[in-house]
Write a protein that binds this ligand. Structure first.
Ligand code: TMP
Length: 203
């Protein structure tokens, strides 16, 4: 079936606030793809299986304190340390369904007040997803779901800020406000040379 861009696996990312349903939907997507005979794997960030992942995990469960920049660097390192395996898998034809990726990295850290450009800069060079599915949920609704509140970031006020940082445009706003937001984002895309993706590309 055609060129290299067709034989590689797809990088599919599910994004959204905590408790937005990423895990449920990604495992359903995995079963669906496997049912069709595709080779696919379910991944998640953070990836707690590494030393870096363990450091982040202990920070999230309030067992350690870290400066905001430092935790951002660790999250970024966690994405980077999986990059080559990610590339290998995609090249041999495995589709990866990934829960959270650098979009969360930027959204969660900038919600704390770190500069968006600084946050993004560390993710440049990672593999670009073929598809990003954002599960939109009101932060208030998410708090009603089970297990909420166990970790440092799972607090309503913080999740509200994060949801704004994901930069989803509310299409019910006044037309000029929407245009203004789209204008900014479009220019960011043009500046970063975002183009259609066929072969594996990098951010
Ligand atoms: P998880 O428990 O769903 O794997 O996610 C861990 C938490 O870390 C979740 O609240 C989202 C957040 N996060 C970041 O702050 N930065 C990142 O780069 C990633 C991947 C997740």
């Amino acid at each position: 079936s055609g060129g290299s861009s067709e034989s590689r696996g797809a990088l599919v990312v599910l994004e959204g606030l905590d408790r937005s349903g990423k895990t449920s939907q990604s495992s359903r997507l995995l079963s669906y793809l496997e049912g069709l005979g595709h080779s696919a794997e379910l991944w998640r960030f953070l990836d707690r299986s590494t030393d870096v992942g363990q450091m982040i995990s202990s920070y999230l469960s309030n067992k350690s304190q870290l400066d905001d920049h430092t935790i951002h660097l660790l999250f970024s390192a966690n994405h980077w340390e999986k990059r080559s395996l990610m590339e290998t898998k995609l090249k041999i034809g495995t589709t990866l369904i990934v829960n959270h990726y650098f979009y969360s990295g930027v959204a969660f850290s900038s919600a704390k007040g770190l500069g968006v450009e600084w946050c993004k800069a560390l993710e440049v060079g990672l593999l670009a997803p073929d598809l990003v599915l954002y599960l939109d949920i009101q932060p208030e609704k998410a708090t009603e779901r089970g297990g909420y509140g166990d970790e440092r970031y799972e607090q309503l006020e913080f999740q509200k800020k994060v949801s704004q940082c994901y930069q989803i445009v509310d299409a019910c706003q006044p037309i000029e406000d929407i245009e203004k937001q789209l204008f900014v984002r479009r220019n960011v895309c043009i500046k970063n040379h975002i183009k259609p993706r066929s072969n594996l590309t990098i951010v």
